[in-house]
Design a protein around this ligand. Structure first.
Ligand code: ATR
Length: 288
């Protein structure tokens, strides 16, 4: 039976994962539904890994037009959709799902979110950027690396567990090199762009201990952590005169693709939306 996302008058989308309670995605999508005058909904569905089959059945029955996918389901969803787009294939994970021609399709909009946020924050960044240093080699690093390599960058991955960085370097070829923590200082001296993709510095996690005094003055510093809104890394970098990029824009821009697929209108990342999410983060994390 051909599937259609429009089997009910009120189009529904959701976020699946575990946990999902603290996600800001409902605020983002509900803001867009309201401002665009669309009669749709966006829900949180807390789903244990063994609940994926049941959820896929619901998708096939047209209960949802699609969903976002978060931890720990991004890789298992990649294996379960009918088809993946090129970006999801390259990253090996799916964070956005929609129905097309009766099939369940998986994409990865983290790559677009990461790059669009950089383009918006430092519009001419590419003019003087060749060498990037990425801290971390997890799922987020994989999306960031792919986006940067696509734009012609060389990427040095630094990770506590070097084997994970080696694996990513193998996946992406000659433009990507893998390094252990003890090489960080030397690498920072050559970086045009430094990106933190680890969870260090996030509210409730250990701080990121990094001496950025070796960075060249024009080097850009990008932290994908967005709780707190400005991490200590970004404050230190800004105090030293570096252009900085905060993580919230990545969350906002990654949401655009799913909304457009499910609800049929391309939403904008506006200052109003940004203020709404910032207010929510500040209200729930008093020290941010
Ligand atoms: P994500 O999908 O958000 O990238 P992840 O795959 O769990 O999450 O990756 C988290 C990253 O933060 C990894 O690079 C991890 O390093 P390891 O591969 O060595 O685990 C890094 N990270 C987390 N806690 C860390 C810590 N205390 N010190 C150094 N790196 C840490």
């Amino acid at each position: 039976m051909p599937l259609s996302p429009k089997t009910t008058s009120r189009t529904k989308a959701c976020l699946i994962g575990h946990p999902v309670a603290h996600s800001r995605s409902p605020i983002i999508h509900r803001h867009w539904l309201k401002t665009l005058g669309i009669d749709g909904s966006y829900e949180l569905v807390d789903l244990p890994p063994d609940g994926l089959n049941g959820f896929l059945d619901q998708l096939r029955q047209g209960v949802y037009a699609g969903c976002n996918v978060t931890i720990p389901l991004k890789e298992s969803m990649f294996d379960r959709v009918d088809r993946t787009d090129d970006t999801a294939k390259a990253v090996g994970a799916v964070n956005t799902v929609w129905i097309e021609g009766g099939k369940i399709i998986g994409g990865n909009s983290d790559v677009h979110g990461f790059m669009a946020n950089l383009d918006e924050s430092v519009p001419r960044w590419q003019e003087a950027t060749r060498q990037v240093v990425i801290l971390g080699a997890g799922g987020a690093a994989r999306a960031c690396t792919y986006g940067l390599v696509e734009r012609g960058m060389r990427v040095a991955l630094v990770n506590r567990t070097k084997a994970r960085a080696d694996e990513l370097a193998m996946r992406f070829g000659a433009a990507v090199t893998a390094h252990s923590d003890d090489e960080t200082d030397a690498l920072l001296g050559k970086a045009d762009l430094l990106v933190n993709t680890t969870s260090l510095g996030m509210q409730g996690k250990e701080p990121l201990r990094l001496d950025i005094s070796r960075l060249r003055p024009a080097a850009i510093v990008y932290d994908i952590v967005y709780v707190p809104l400005r991490t200590r890394l970004l404050d230190e970098a800004a105090a030293r005169g570096h252009p900085t990029v905060t993580g919230l824009g990545m969350l906002l821009h990654q949401a655009v693709a799913g909304f457009e697929k499910w609800f049929g209108a391309r939403p904008a990342v506006t200052p109003d939306l940004r203020s709404l999410i910032e207010a929510d983060i500040i209200a729930k994390t008093p020290s941010s």
